[in-house]
Write a protein that binds this ligand. Structure first.
Ligand SMILES: NC(=O)c1ccc[n+]([C@@H]2O[C@H](COP(=O)([O-])OP(=O)(O)OC[C@H]3O[C@@H](n4cnc5c(N)ncnc54)[C@H](OP(=O)(O)O)[C@@H]3O)[C@@H](O)[C@H]2O)c1
Length: 233
């Protein structure tokens, strides 16, 4: 499969890329800091891995990445929207700029890429869209209203893709983890849980690998993944 992965230079995205590469997939990787992506994946032949500049805040970077992928491989079988940010903005300390940034990166970025990739996913016959949502896109826990709203919107986007793409064989999944051991979790610093007790990025990569193997008749709309016990998730 030809698979596009955003934010593949580090964290969960890097693990997804490493896993899928080891399984023989052809990857078109996108990263805002292309040099960090080149350092990790630049040594691979262009027939296996294409490194692209992609910044969710720059719409033309999405168009260029899609065009480069089609130019190199002629098809897109799967799109994994992994790039995302956490920023804190609460009801009492609401920050318009932070809210706009969350919306731009976590919602409009994935929507734009899906829209641009859609004709090619249709052509592929069994196209796949996988969005890295969060349990924050399923339930409210804490005060970070902006992040939660952006992730709830990404859940909605995933379900919309299912409706728009189903008859064309496109299947979409929202992956909804709790804490995952990456820089993002370290920065938020929950203090209540050690990094090694969190879900590991390799575990998320293993789930994505499995999702890509499933036929159209075994479509999973949401995967809830947790490292701690919560009432419903
Ligand atoms: N870690 C968790 O606990 C957790 C839990 C649930 C869901 N998630 C979700 O999983 C996804 C990956 O998170 P992670 O834990 O791997 O976070 P991370 O370690 O902070 O990595 C985030 C990735 O997103 C990229 N990114 C940020 N802003 C971007 C932009 N404007 N354009 C393009 N790329 C951008 C980063 O690129 P740079 O290197 O250029 O910054 C980086 O590659 C995110 O969507 C996150 O919300 C994470």
């Amino acid at each position: 499969m030809v698979v596009m992965i955003s934010g593949a230079n580090r964290g969960i995205g890097e693990e997804i890329a490493t896993k899928l590469l080891s399984e023989g997939h052809i990857l078109s990787l996108g990263a805002r800091r292309i040099e960090t992506l080149q350092n990790k994946f630049g040594a691979f032949d262009r027939n296996r891995v294409l490194c692209n500049w992609y910044d969710a805040e720059v719409p033309e970077s999405a168009t260029k990445w899609i065009d480069a992928t089609i130019g190199q491989y002629g098809r897109i079988d799967a799109l994994i929207n992994n790039a995302g940010i956490f920023r804190s903005t609460t009801i009492e300390e609401f920050d318009e700029e932070i809210m706009d940034e969350l919306w731009t990166v976590n919602v409009k970025g994935p929507l734009r890429l899906i829209s641009l990739a859609f004709p090619y996913l249709k052509e592929a016959g069994g196209g796949r869209v996988i969005n890295l949502v969060s349990l924050s896109g399923k339930r409210i826990k804490g005060q970070s209203v902006g992040y939660a709203m952006s992730k709830f919107a990404l859940t909605a986007l995933t379900h919309s893709v299912r409706y728009s793409g189903w008859e064309h064989g496109i299947r979409a999944t929202a992956i909804c983890p709790g804490w995952v051991n990456t820089q993002m979790a370290e920065d938020i610093n929950p203090d209540t849980i050690e990094l090694k007790q969190m879900t590991q990025p390799e575990d998320v990569a293993a789930l994505i690998s499995t999702l890509l193997k499933l036929p159209n008749t075994a479509s999973i709309s949401e995967l809830h993944v947790n490292c701690v016990l919560e009432s419903s998730y």
